[in-house]
Design a binder for this molecule. Structure first.
Ligand code: CAA
Length: 297
């Protein structure tokens, strides 16, 4: 299709069907959040194994939520009924009004996905990326509808964290911004708007500053990691200290974000941390691998 010059982004009422691409930590929970909010939702992944794992994890999580009395059993069942899992991108995209891409953080993969979406998703569909490191402008041109492309960045764990960063790039239309903000609200989130693509958006810039200080204090032997984490929790009211949080996010993800930021800014202050890189090289990726800064037996 020819690049469109005027926006035909749907209003929020036009959004009925949501496609989430990628069934990892982020994609699976974003999909569940959409299904819980009443949307017919498909989580698509090229790996059937990853989809099966996502389905099992989400089912268990809904059961636990019901057991805690946080959700009626019928509602959980209905939400799981609205959620489907698929390997075929073309078929999944054909009926989608809104797409949230949460695939691997690699530009070549995202470019391929967005080029394909531009061909197979309905003309009106908004195509958003959950990327925290790649501004949507990098993939917008490939879609032929850059005005309907933006970042919609969720936080881990996506079923819990309220913030969604909506980032517009130069060509993003006002209608796309408004519908994306409103969709985030309907998913029970508190969206914030970022008017220009900057590395790290808001949250990762704030988080990065704290992590940098924490890593420097620990490396200099000024305080233990445990005491630094305790301070963040008890003096600043953070739910987790910086080391615990890095372990939860994944040290590979932390390192990747730092590398991407450094590649973009070239600022010595943004240079990836050697302690984190060393742990990643040893396969110590945080909670998911059983060992990061801390051990998770
Ligand atoms: N997935 C889904 N739900 C989860 C969860 C997970 N992995 N972990 C905990 N929860 C749920 C629990 O089930 C519980 O739900 P209910 O209220 O319904 O019972 C609720 O969260 C609270 O959990 P807990 O009581 O077990 O523990 P907690 O109070 O310590 O909360 C936490 C856990 C929500 C993770 C909290 O510690 C927290 O907010 N941590 C900071 C998280 C954070 O900063 N995330 C941002 C990471 S950066 C990022 O994502 C951006 C990027 O680009 C890398």
């Amino acid at each position: 299709p020819l690049p469109s010059t005027e926006s035909t982004a749907p209003s929020i009422e036009g959004i009925r069907t949501i496609l989430v691409i990628g069934s990892g930590t982020m994609g699976s929970q974003i999909g569940m959040a959409a299904a819980l909010a009443g949307y017919e939702t498909t989580v698509q992944d090229i790996s059937a194994e990853s989809l099966a794992k996502a389905r099992a994890e989400l089912t268990a999580r809904m059961e636990a939520t019901v057991a805690k009395g946080r959700l009626a059993a019928a509602e959980a069942e209905a939400a799981l009924g609205r959620l489907s899992f698929a390997t075929d991108l073309d078929a999944s995209a054909a009926g989608a009004d809104f797409v949230i891409e949460a695939a691997t953080e690699r530009l070549d993969i995202k470019e391929q996905i967005f080029a394909r979406l531009g061909q197979v998703a309905p003309e009106h569909a908004i195509l958003a990326t959950n990327s925290s490191t790649l501004g949507a402008s990098k993939v917008a041109a490939a879609t032929g509808r850059p005005d309907r492309v933006c970042n919609m960045h969720f936080f881990n764990p996506a079923l819990v964290m309220k913030c969604v960063e909506v980032v517009r790039h130069r060509a993003t239309s006002q209608a796309t911004v408004e519908t994306t903000l409103e969709l985030a609200r309907r998913l029970g989130k508190q969206p914030v708007l970022i008017n220009r693509e900057v590395p790290g958006f808001i949250a990762n810039r704030l988080m990065g500053a704290i992590q940098k200080e924490a890593l420097a204090l620990a490396a200099a032997g000024i305080a233990s990691r445990e005491d630094i984490d305790t301070t963040a929790r008890t003096a600043l009211g953070h739910p987790m200290g910086p080391f615990e949080l890095m372990d939860m996010v994944g040290l590979d993800v932390i390192d990747f974000i730092a590398q991407a930021t450094y590649a973009e800014t070239g600022d010595a202050a943004d240079r990836p941390d050697a302690q984190v890189a060393a742990l990643v090289a040893e396969g110590k990726l945080g909670r998911k691998s059983g060992q990061g800064f801390y051990a998770y037996p």
